[in-house]
Design a protein around this ligand. Structure first.
Ligand code: UDP
Length: 333
């Protein structure tokens, strides 16, 4: 029996990698995406409905036309600096739109949900690795908009038959190793994408934000996770829920980290380009070290990462960036 799955934000960077894996696993997928940052050509499986979660009528119509066994909810705004400048957009697009989606789940009796959350809900953790029981004290509107969504899901879960998995992503990077899809989003701010752009001459230099952190080389440490492994965690979460698994919040990272300097060295090694690096002051609110405690997700979902090497993350990110460079026109919609 095929299971019909709704994927909001399925045309985006992470969502599109999950949709590809869902198709491969035989699921019948409906993607709901407003294509504000996502692109239709990234949807390699199922059907795309171009719609906004703020448009309740369109969302209801999509639920009414189909019979969803589960919802995977990726659609969100995700740029921290933008969330500081435009907080209400983040509360609208992330928090209120999650409420709209939960209303539809309630109305149409959908009882399984996988939600994209973020390590940003922990704020600046006092120590690493960070386990799921650490206090959630987000330090920007993006993190708060996601934490509020977590609370709504949890409260609704307590009051209904909804079972959910909330995945708190650490630093996602890389691309499909077969280079069918990757991160299309222009103006990216995340380190690995920015470094690849610098290596390919798309930007003149890379700034290191802070060289005086209490880490071995003075730069920030993060738990970089390959997008393909993150996608697999969603398939595992879905299977867990569909076989009667109970609601949980789970970190999604590898459990070890790399410094900014280590990442830069790796991008230089793979690209063969010694691009200019500028030592700049710390970014406001950037913690020194954020690494996931990841035993829970491995134990509960049986998640087995396949690409847990910085080499593979950087190699695929760089290859993808080259592909975007070479075939820019063919990526236009
Ligand atoms: N970073 C940097 N230069 C950049 C982008 C990021 O030095 O152009 C650093 C940032 O300060 C942090 C790490 O790289 O220590 C990861 O930052 P990113 O924005 O990728 O993710 P975050 O952890 O902030 O969500």
């Amino acid at each position: 029996m095929t299971h019909q799955i709704l994927v909001t934000g399925g045309a985006g960077y992470i969502g599109s990698h999950v949709v590809r894996q869902l198709g491969e696993a035989g699921y019948d997928v409906v993607v709901y995406d407003n294509c504000s940052t996502g692109v239709a050509i990234a949807v390699l499986s199922g059907k795309l409905v171009v719609g906004d979660l703020a448009d309740i009528e369109s969302l209801y119509r999509t639920f009414a036309k189909n019979k969803f066994a589960a919802v995977l909810h990726f659609a969100a705004s995700t740029v921290v600096a933008e969330s500081v400048a435009q907080p209400l957009d983040y509360y609208a697009n992330n928090t209120r739109n999650t409420l709209n989606l939960l209303r539809c789940c309630q109305t149409f009796g959908v009882k399984k949900l996988v939600f994209s959350s973020t390590a940003a809900v922990y704020g600046s953790p006092e120590e690493s690795p960070v386990s799921e029981s650490f206090p959630t004290i987000p330090i920007n509107p993006y993190g708060r908009s996601k934490l509020m969504s977590e609370w709504m899901i949890q409260d609704y879960g307590l009051a209904s038959e909804l079972q959910y998995i909330i995945l708190r992503y650490f630093n996602v990077a890389g691309a499909d190793p077969a280079m069918r899809i990757g991160q299309f989003t222009p103006n990216a701010t995340h380190l690995i994408k920015v470094a690849c752009e610098a290596a390919l001459g798309k930007r003149p230099s890379l700034s290191i934000f802070g060289t005086d952190f209490p880490t071995a080389d003075g730069t920030g440490i993060r738990d970089y996770i390959h997008v393909e492994d993150l996608a697999t965690a969603h398939i595992d979460a879905l299977r867990y829920l569909q076989t009667g698994g109970k609601s949980r919040v789970l970190n999604c990272g590898y459990g070890h980290g790399y410094s900014v300097r280590q990442v830069i060295a790796k991008v230089k090694e793979f690209s063969g380009v010694d691009f200019p690096v500028i030592e700049a002051p710390r970014r406001l609110g950037d913690p020194a070290c954020v690494v996931a405690a990841s035993d829970e997700i491995r134990k509960l979902l049986g998640w087995k990462p396949q690409y847990d090497r910085l080499d593979e993350i950087v190699e695929t990110a760089l290859e993808w960036e080259k592909k975007l460079n070479h075939t820019k026109s063919s990526f236009k919609e």
